[in-house]
Ligand binder design. Structure first.
Ligand code: SER
Ligand code: ZN
Length: 530
């Protein structure tokens, strides 16, 4: 990669003949400054020509490993020092007609910030940049632009897909033949335990909530609390800047739910719209939009983001580490368009999100403990058919980053998925018959970096998280063990005995079908006898 461009500098006063001599010397020094730290001016950078018209200096600069924005600032700083002694200041610096020459034909068509045009020929790509002012030169725009280009190139090479899935462990076969082969999503709706509220959203009646809470509480009791995690309550509406730091705004912008505040609190300004809705009994979204601010928030997506925000810019010492929290205070939102199905893939879902922060060895140890407890939960407590896999880390997938999972080293950052077999979807040999119900990850410095979470002695800090998707656990549990509590494992049955179920919803018109009503009374009968 090589760079070329014109560094334009405006001096603070006209030059005298004596100044001109000093200027030539100063330019020599500025040239040396470009090569500083490199083996040669060829490798670093050099001034290949210059001209002066009045107070304006134009230097043609060529650089190799020194980025041209950095080169521009080096030139300015060097001239400021050498000309300063003659009381000549630098009013402004600007980089004009700059270009980056990249080996290979980079195939990116995208419109990119600061890029004027891209030419490809003879195995090279030339990127012409827009002119950059001093404030742009001081920020790492060009660095990020080049990183973006190389990521796009890597992505293009892989056809945009870098999905990785590698089996780690699987449970023994437990249900042969299966205990149940129905689709629990359908049963739950038919017996009226849940009712579709809107696309990808359900209302969970008290009886459904009872079963969901049973799953969640058992998980908390068997896995989370014994490991010493403490409950916190995280916000569920995030300012955009959180998504910039986590990368979500790049990676998952197409599936996030955004929200807007009203433009004003003054209800009188809504009067026309309110009157219109009163008379027509219609709520026109396009009219409403006129009264709203731009979306400045998005709804909870990964659920652990506020944890990184909380420790952002804080300094921690050994005594404050590791930090082990969990949040189960509210839903997450993902708009999955065509993929929405039953309770398995929804827009609004509930999850226990377990998070931790510490030194790398602490984070790995905690992950191992969580993983072990999770396996026991799946294998003994709920006694299900499960498997674990090493997968593309969610924090890469969700931030649009391209880090290929090459080899599998369990002590390095990465994500392990927990999957349960759904007999209704097909034999266990088929990939599509498995549902991801949770995961556990080590993120390395993916979040401690951008959020600037630091240790007082400069030691590296890592984070980890694990998600337990309550609806999915319930669906998968019912898919394997069916709706007869007689077939449910002892731990769950004793939990249900300690916490008797609420009455189901039965009305003249609900559940909708007589088959559904019959099934419901069977289920409630069985639940009472648990
Ligand atoms: N935050 C992780 C995820 O979004 C675990 O829940 O997958
Ligand atoms: Zn998380």
């Amino acid at each position: 990669m090589r760079y070329r461009g014109v560094v334009k500098l405006e001096l603070s006063r006209d030059l005298t003949p004596e100044d001109l001599e000093a200027l030539e010397k100063a330019l020599g020094e500025a040239g040396l400054a470009l090569a500083k730290g490199f083996r040669s001016p060829e490798e670093g950078g050099r001034i290949v020509g210059w001209e002066r018209v009045g107070r304006v200096l134009r230097l043609s600069v060529e650089t190799g490993r020194l980025r041209i924005d950095e080169a521009s600032m080096r030139v300015k700083n060097s001239l400021e020092v050498s000309l300063g002694v003659r009381r000549i200041g630098i009013r402004s610096v600007r980089l004009e007609d700059a270009l980056v020459e990249v080996e290979g034909e980079v195939r990116v068509e995208a419109k990119l910030p600061f890029v004027k045009s891209i030419e490809r020929s003879g195995g090279r790509t030339i990127i012409h940049l827009e002119d950059l002012e001093e404030r742009d030169l001081k920020r790492p725009f060009l660095l990020r632009l080049l990183r973006l280009l190389s990521e796009k190139e890597v992505k293009a090479k892989w056809g945009g897909k870098a999905e990785h899935w590698q089996l780690i462990k699987r449970s023994r076969v437990k249900f042969d033949p299966p205990l149940f082969t129905g689709d629990p999503n359908k049963v739950l709706e038919e017996v009226g335990l849940v009712k579709r509220f809107s696309v990808g959203q359900w209302l969970y009646t008290p009886l459904a909530t009872y079963l969901l809470n049973a799953m969640r509480d058992l998980f908390l009791r068997e896995v989370v609390l014994p490991l010493g995690f403490r409950e916190a309550i995280f916000p569920k509406m995030y300012p955009l800047e959180i998504g910039l730091k986590t990368g979500h705004l790049r990676g998952t912008i197409n599936s996030m739910v955004f929200c807007s505040l009203p433009k004003t609190y003054n209800i009188e300004e809504f009067e026309e719209l309110a009157d219109y809705m009163y008379v027509t009994d219609e709520a026109p979204p396009e009219e409403l939009a006129k009264h709203l601010r731009y979306p400045e928030y998005f709804l909870c997506y990964a659920q652990c983001e506020p944890f990184y925000w909380f420790f952002g810019s804080e300094l921690l010492d050994d005594a404050s580490l590791p930090v082990k929290w969990f949040d189960r205070s509210g839903p997450s939102f993902r708009w999955e368009s065509g993929g929405i199905y039953g309770l398995e893939r929804v827009i609004e879902f509930h999850r226990v999100e377990v998070v931790w922060l510490g030194k790398p060895e602490q984070v790995v140890r905690i992950r191992d403990e969580v993983l072990k407890a999770y396996e026991r939960f799946m294998d003994e407590v709920l006694d299900l058919e499960w498997r674990t896999a090493w997968v593309t880390p969610w924090y890469y997938e969700q931030s649009g980053a391209v880090e290929r999972v090459e080899e599998f080293d369990i002590n390095r950052p990465g994500t392990i998925d927990f999957e349960l077999w759904l007999p209704y979807r097909g034999p266990r040999e088929e990939q599509k018959a498995w549902l991801e119900v949770g995961n556990v990850s080590i993120h390395g410095t993916k979040f401690t970096g951008p959020f600037r979470i630091r240790h007082n002695r400069g030691e590296t800090l890592w984070t980890g998280c694990s998600g337990f998707g309550t609806q999915r656990w319930l669906v998968a549990f019912l898919a394997q063990r069916g709706f007869d509590p007689g077939n449910w494992p002892p731990a769950l049955r004793s939990y249900l005995r300690e916490n008797p179920p609420p009455e189901p919803v039965v009305a003249i018109t609900y559940p909708k079908t007589s088959a559904g009503r019959e099934e419901l009374s069977k289920l409630t009968e069985l639940l009472r006898k648990v």
